[in-house]
Every structure is written in C-alpha cells, then in structure tokens.
Design a protein around this ligand. Structure first.
Ligand code: BTN
Length: 283
C-alpha cells in the first residue's frame, strides 16, 4: 500500500534523504521504543558519541519534561528526539552557552515548523513552543555525566505533530495542541525532523561564531512572553508577577515588578522558573 508520507512509519532513511546538515543527525539512532531519548543520548554521549548524534524514537515509555513532569509520548504520531552537542565554545563563554542552548533550541523548533506546514509557532520563555496559546512542543536540556563542565549538552525535543485531541490525556486537552490539530491535516515527521536538525545546526553554529546578538534578536521577535503580564513560580523563591520586558544578553527574562511599598517599578532578571502568560499589555 502506498501510504502518504504523513502516515508512513518514521525511518532513518526517510530522514537522511531530506537532511542537509553537516553534523546534526548525521549519526542517527532511530528506535521503535525507548524509555526516554534523553536517557539514551546521555548514555551515548558518555560513551563518546560524536557531535550532532541524534536519538529519535517512535514512542517513549518514560518521556521526561521540565520541572520533573512527564512527556506524553504515544507511538506513530509525534517527534521525540535528543541531540548530543559536543562542539562547545571557549571556557569564558561556557555559562552563556549553557543558558542559551535551551532558548535557541526552542527558536529552532518554532522556525523549523514554518516551511513544511505554513504555521508560525511562538516561543514562551525559556523554551516552550506554543501555537495559538497551546503547547506544541518543549525542550529538555540535560548534561549529567556528559561533561557539563566542557559544555556537552543533550537537547531533548518533543514536538506534537499528528496527535489528535483524544490522544492527549484529559488534563492536557485544553492546553496542548499538535500541528495536525491546528492545520487540519497531518504532516510528514521525517521532513519535520530534517528541518529541525538543520535549524538547530544553524543556531548552534551562529552561537559558536559569536553571533549571539542575532540569535537574541530573533528569539525576542518569536517570544510571545515579551510584553505580557506573567506569573513566575520560582523553586524555593516564591511566585512573582510583573510585565516581561526583555531577554537579557545572558538569556534571563527581565520582568518589571510593581513595587507595592514605593510604587516604583523594579526590574528583576529571572534565570529559571515556571512562567504563566496572563494577558498582553502591548497595544
Ligand atoms: C517540556 O517539559 O516542555 C520539555 C519536554 C521535552 C520532551 C522531550 S521528548 C524527547 C526528549 N526525551 C525526553 O525524555 N524528553 C525530551
């Protein structure tokens, strides 16, 4: 039977024939099922896997999300992949690199979607990918045991491609979406994976060339958090509310708080936290 690309099983060949990168995805491990592609990629990185190695799975039995959450990973529908970044910047740029990898990876996902689908997702700081205010994808960067001190990072990417509304668990139905749900038609996962690896490689190379200003500008243009009133839950540091004004050169989110005592606004830099968009304050 001659299935449309969108319904074909994901294969390494289908991805490789569309791939135009030099490193990302050139070493490709395609698994029918794994617990988490991040776990598999961490193990490969520890064993010396080359820069740009990708692990991609049709389904995950224990997909991990940020902040200890799970990542819903049904078979045959979406993309679940992890990229090993081993080429790293000079020591003085290491902490900037570790701060920006999650941000430019989310930007890469949002950009990669556009050409194959015509859709234009945005980014919610730091690394959620949103479409029509619902979560389309997310990034989980991990580095334990890979040599974080050397800047080796695993970039785990989940992108909801062909998931139907009823394939999400009930608690996610109102807040998650997929490309197929938004466009009303399914998409070829192999083409999306190849586009994603290319966008990631471009941004990684731009960072390593020192083009952070361009990445920051591009990120800000895509970042739906800017100009919104936000609530941010910070581990052990309480919840704050304010207006998200900018992304700082180090990737922090600059939030203007209303100082209740003096009535004077105060801007603070947020480096980690769970952000909720409340309402736009831009005209
Ligand atoms: C988030 O919470 O937004 C991040 C989700 C990241 C999910 C991806 S799916 C592929 C990779 N493997 C995992 O276990 N998690 C990431």
């Amino acid at each position: 039977m001659n299935l449309l690309p969108a319904f074909r099983p994901l294969t390494a060949d289908a991805i490789l024939t569309k791939l135009c990168t030099i490193q990302v995805g050139r070493t490709l491990h395609l698994l029918a099922q794994t617990d988490s592609t991040n776990t598999a990629a961490l193990a490969l990185a520890q064993a010396g896997a080359p820069d740009g190695t990708v692990v991609i799975a049709d389904t995950q039995t224990a997909g991990r999300g940020r902040l200890g959450r799970t990542w819903h990973s049904p078979p045959g529908q979406n993309l679940y992949c992890s990229v090993v970044f081993r080429t790293t910047p000079p020591a003085e740029l290491l902490s900037l690199w570790l701060s920006w990898v999650p941000l430019f990876s989310a930007l890469a996902v949002a950009r990669a979607v556009h050409a194959p689908t015509g859709l234009t997702p945005g980014v919610k700081w730091p690394n959620d990918v949103l479409l029509n205010d619902r979560k389309l994808g997310g990034i989980l960067c991990e580095s334990s045991g890979t040599g974080r001190a050397d800047g080796v990072v695993i970039v785990g990417i989940g992108l909801n491609v062909n998931a139907r509304r009823d394939s999400f668990p009930e608690d996610l139905r109102g807040i998650a979406t997929s490309l197929a749900l938004e466009a009303g038609r399914p998409f070829d996962r192999a083409a999306l994976a190849a586009a994603l690896f290319a966008e990631l490689e471009v941004r990684r190379d731009a960072f390593l060339r020192g083009d952070l200003d361009d990445i920051r500008r591009e990120y800000a243009l895509r970042c739906g958090t800017l100009g919104k009133r936000v609530r941010i839950e910070r581990a052990d540091r309480g919840t704050i509310e304010g207006i998200a004004e900018a992304v700082a050169p180090d990737g922090a989110l600059c939030v203007r708080l209303e100082n209740e005592r003096s009535g004077m606004p105060e801007v603070i830099a947020i480096r980690a936290g769970d952000v909720t968009h409340m309402r736009a304050v831009r005209p």
